[in-house]
Design a protein around this ligand. Structure first.
Ligand code: ATP
Ligand code: MG
Length: 152
């Protein structure tokens, strides 16, 4: 069944905006009111969106924005979440979706988490024929995107 990815993103942002993690930053929510129909499971897609945005909030620098966009592409839609945090060194990128993998255990421990968030994101993306891409510039920030086919 088609679900509205834009509505899922708006709901998830509203939840996270009130959370402890979000306090020092702004979430810039760009998805408008237009429905973005994607085939899949609403709860799973909400989990995917939540895990990606919560990382941007955790690992972004205090006082810098987290930007969430839904960008239309030919027959597809790109969910894009950008932060202005410390970023991730290139050698770590291929391993981020492994279960329990955390870049810097000592530093990551202080922000909390188990290292499962992105493994779950990858799993849910695959079940929805979504393509996950993580791009990062150390010292500048990180952009995580998932491209989903649009429901006809
Ligand atoms: P959990 O999601 O289970 O609470 P977690 O956030 O540590 O814990 P993942 O979401 O799987 O686990 O992320 C794995 C690791 O990737 C993180 O520990 C962190 O080191 C790195 N990481 C993820 N997102 C970002 C980001 N936006 N900026 C910098 N590092 C990131
Ligand atoms: Mg996480």
């Amino acid at each position: 069944t088609p679900v509205d990815l834009a509505a899922i993103v708006r709901t998830t942002i509203a939840q996270l905006q009130d959370s402890e993690e979000a306090r020092p930053k702004d979430i810039i929510a760009l998805p408008g009111d237009a429905a973005v129909p994607v085939l899949g499971d609403e709860a799973q897609l909400a989990q995917l969106v939540h895990n990606i945005i919560s990382n941007a909030l955790k690992y972004g620098r205090a006082g810098t924005p987290v930007t969430v966009e839904l960008i239309p592409e030919e027959g597809r839609v790109r969910l894009s979440v950008s932060d202005e945090g410390d970023g991730i060194a290139p050698d770590h990128l291929p391993r981020l979706t492994e279960r329990f993998y955390r870049v810097d255990e000592a530093r990551s421990r202080s922000v909390g988490g188990t290292g499962l968030g992105l493994a779950i994101v990858k799993h849910i993306a695959e079940r929805h024929r979504g393509q996950l891409d993580i791009a990062s510039e150390p010292g500048k920030g990180t952009r995580v995107s998932v491209v989903f086919p649009l429901a006809a």
